[in-house]
Design a protein around this ligand. Structure first.
Ligand code: ASP
Length: 353
């Protein structure tokens, strides 16, 4: 449909909706939206988001919309070269290329935007916000996402820092004994300070925000699993998986093994659990249990039959409550009028031992 005809169609649809109540899909007596009394803004995030939640709450206190506050909060992590799971300095894929995924969702409008497999732009959450506000689409990927970012004036830069490049090289040299990459240790030398076992390939920031009126917004941004196959996209840019919100309910989001989250539609499932009456923590725990129940193949299970990976879910509700739960113990960040802090999340299993 051409732009003109699409606009005409939208205008006609709007007029039609106004004059033909008999054809409306709205129930005769529409259920009222949940209304909350004014409360302290609150933000929840993964444990790398302590400063991010502080910024998000500060911005909401100054009147910023929750989705914008969430994006402003995660920007500090995207810009931090020392956080090697997000934005600048993010660990690359198996070919040494840093590719970023992000999505945002805005409660009041019910709109979302996302980018996946984006290269050379360190703030993918801001690009996702532009997709939401400046297009009729939800998700742009790869070269198309980069073109769109360029059109909006985002500056391109090499996101692979020296530190991340050395970790990638170490991984390349140590991953297999049947290729021609070898490490200095195999030649009898001591490794450099970077030659360390890099076990944890996960990391991401999710941030869910609720303002004083109970409006919600949320964002997830990541460089994805380290050393992933080229072209792999995780849960983070997928609305309903790594991030979701519903202005009548609250926000949900995830970090950790994205494949597990995608397979249960983790963020949407969490928000749905809250819609059914669960607290944020209990809703997250239900989602973790669903992941455990859906994880059946032996290669993903440990000797005790438990999922052999970490996955974490975070939630806020309209009433200004926050919670988080994971497969194994960990922390999450939260900020309200008592300030930013790390708290223990609820864990399905006590330890990985
Ligand atoms: N969930 C992210 C992904 O799978 C990674 C992470 O959170 O560590 O891409």
């Amino acid at each position: 449909m051409s732009d003109l005809s699409r606009r005409k169609f939208l205008r006609a649809a709007a007029v039609g909706a106004a004059v033909t109540p008999a054809c409306s899909v709205a129930p005769a007596a529409a259920a009222p939206s949940v209304r909350v009394r004014r409360q302290s803004p609150i933000a929840v995030a993964s444990s790398n988001g302590l400063e991010a939640v502080r910024i998000a709450v500060e911005r909401m206190q100054a009147g910023m919309r929750p989705v914008d506050a969430a994006v402003a909060g995660v920007e500090v992590v995207e810009n931090d070269p020392n956080d090697n799971s997000v934005g600048l300095g993010g660990l690359p894929n198996e070919r040494g290329i840093v590719t970023l995924d992000s999505c945002v969702m805005d409660g009041p409008s019910g709109l979302g935007g996302a980018v996946a497999h984006l290269q050379n732009i360190k703030n993918p959450a801001q690009v996702a916000l532009k997709v939401m506000r400046h297009t009729d689409h939800v998700l742009l990927v790869a070269e198309g996402a980069l073109e769109f970012a360029r059109a909006h004036g985002f500056r391109e830069q090499d996101l692979l820092t020296d530190a991340s490049r050395k970790i990638w090289l170490e991984w390349l040299e140590k991953r297999s004994s049947v290729d021609d990459w070898i490490s200095p240790e195999e030649n009898g030398e001591h490794g450099t300070e970077w030659f360390q076992k890099y076990k944890d390939k996960t990391g991401t920031i999710h941030l869910g925000a609720v303002d004083a009126n109970g409006d919600v917004g949320s964002c997830t941004t990541t460089s994805g699993l380290a050393f992933k196959l080229n072209g792999r996209v995780g849960d983070s840019p997928l609305l309903g998986c790594g991030n979701y919100c519903d202005n009548d309910v609250g926000t949900g989001g995830s970090t950790g093994r994205g494949e597990a989250c995608i397979l249960v539609n983790g963020a949407a499932f969490t928000v749905h659990q809250m819609a059914l009456g669960k607290s944020p923590t209990d809703a997250c725990l239900e989602t973790v249990k669903r992941v455990a129940r859906m994880t059946r193949v032996a290669r993903l299970l440990d000797a005790k039959g438990r999922p052999d990976f970490q996955v974490k879910f975070y939630a806020t509700d309209k009433r200004g409550r926050a919670g988080a739960a994971a497969m194994y113990p960990g922390k999450f960040a939260v900020c309200d009028d008592s300030g930013p802090r790390l708290e223990d999340l609820a864990a399905l299993f006590d330890s990985r031992d």
